[in-house]
Design a protein around this ligand. Structure first.
Ligand SMILES: [Zn+2]
Length: 347
């Protein structure tokens, strides 16, 4: 009897697949008898060596072996009737965004600076695990979308075409951050659509459309700027319910896009992003509207780097002025936030 003991694993779902080889390999697994420490009633120990190569890690069409909810060391074994020569063995892990091990696999050179960033975040924001209005909380509360309201803090007029271009540009920038998360470490959404539900303006006549595609809030002035109705805003209703929002919860907004005439810099937080209206209008077709991208990073918790730089890093979007697009390091900082927050959503 010859046994191949597979990796002892903490909690696994796996398919055993034949090794990919340049020569004509024979998959010996299918001639073995599979056994395991435990198999969930809805799983199949026979999936270990049925020869099926799953098309993707969250494949639910093909059977698989799994031990949920058993934890602790688990094992799987293939037993042959006689001696075999094995050139390779591979295990394919199931990843459903649930209990199977997540993919925290940054490039080796980013591990140290990422850990430095997270330690800095934890020491700077001791309440970070209690705070419940990050962009993460908003996207999860909406089950994978985000609603915006535009604060038009300008005396300029806006055409319907400009309104739609502003929405499109906002959505394109938001997508750049969300694309970083797609398929990563259990993040459940392949896309996170952006909906613009409202506009706030001083004078209704500035908005040169008559359709009712967005809610319009007129001359509700806060912080010396037009504001979308507070009963509809997530910032003001962090429980995520909007009982006094005209039109109901579907008309709520999670973030504001605050566009201010003559404003040169940017600001961002859980409430949304503020940038110059001329800057945004002048960059509607730009690939990277980098000030907006930077401020969106803040809405997902990413910090500034005014007074320090993580080891080995020179230039990245969240270090203002050093990059104009989302870099690998920015992407991994975003993923690190998800790594540390995802348990609050049951992931
Ligand atoms: Zn900043």
């Amino acid at each position: 009897m010859r046994r191949l003991a597979l990796l002892p694993l903490l909690l696994v779902s796996a398919f055993l697949v034949p090794a990919q080889a340049a020569y004509a390999a024979t998959n010996l697994a299918t001639s073995a008898t599979p056994s395991a420490s435990y198999t969930s009633p809805w799983e199949s120990v026979a999936a270990l060596n049925d020869g099926i190569d799953p098309p993707r890690s969250n494949d639910t069409a093909n059977r698989r072996w799994g031990t949920w909810p058993d934890t602790g060391a688990q094992w799987a074994e293939l037993t042959w009737g006689g001696a075999q020569t094995l050139r390779a063995a591979e295990v394919y892990f199931f990843a459903d965004g649930g209990g199977t091990p997540g993919a925290w696999n940054p490039p080796a050179n980013l591990v140290t600076p990422l850990n430095e960033v997270w330690q800095h975040v934890e020491s700077t924001y001791p309440d970070l695990y209690g705070f419940r209005n990050y962009g993460w909380d908003q996207v999860m509360a909406n089950r994978g979308s985000i609603n915006y309201c535009v604060r038009w803090d300008s005396s300029a007029t806006v055409t319907a075409a400009q309104r739609d271009q502003i929405h499109a540009a906002l959505a394109r920038q938001f997508k750049k951050w969300m694309d970083v998360m797609a398929g990563h470490n259990g993040w459940p959404y392949s896309t996170v659509p952006v909906k613009v539900v409202g506009w706030a303006v001083r004078d209704r006549a500035q908005l040169q459309w008559s359709d009712s595609s967005v809610d319009i809030y007129v001359n509700d002035i806060r912080e010396n700027a037009p504001q979308c109705a507070e009963p509809c805003g997530r910032f003001f209703n962090q429980s995520g319910t909007y009982p006094d929002c005209p039109g109901g919860a579907s008309h709520h907004y999670d973030m504001s896009l605050w566009l201010t005439a003559g404003f040169g810099g940017g600001a961002g937080g859980d409430w949304g992003q503020r940038i110059g209206s001329e800057y945004f209008i002048g960059n509607l077709n730009a690939d990277n509207i980098h000030i907006l991208l930077h401020e969106m990073g803040h809405s997902f918790g990413l910090d500034d780097f005014y007074d320090w730089t993580p080891t080995g890093q020179c230039c990245f979007l969240m270090k203002a002025g050093s990059a104009t697009s989302i870099t690998d390091f920015d992407a991994w900082m975003l993923r690190d936030w998800w790594r540390h927050l995802k348990s609050r959503y049951g992931y």
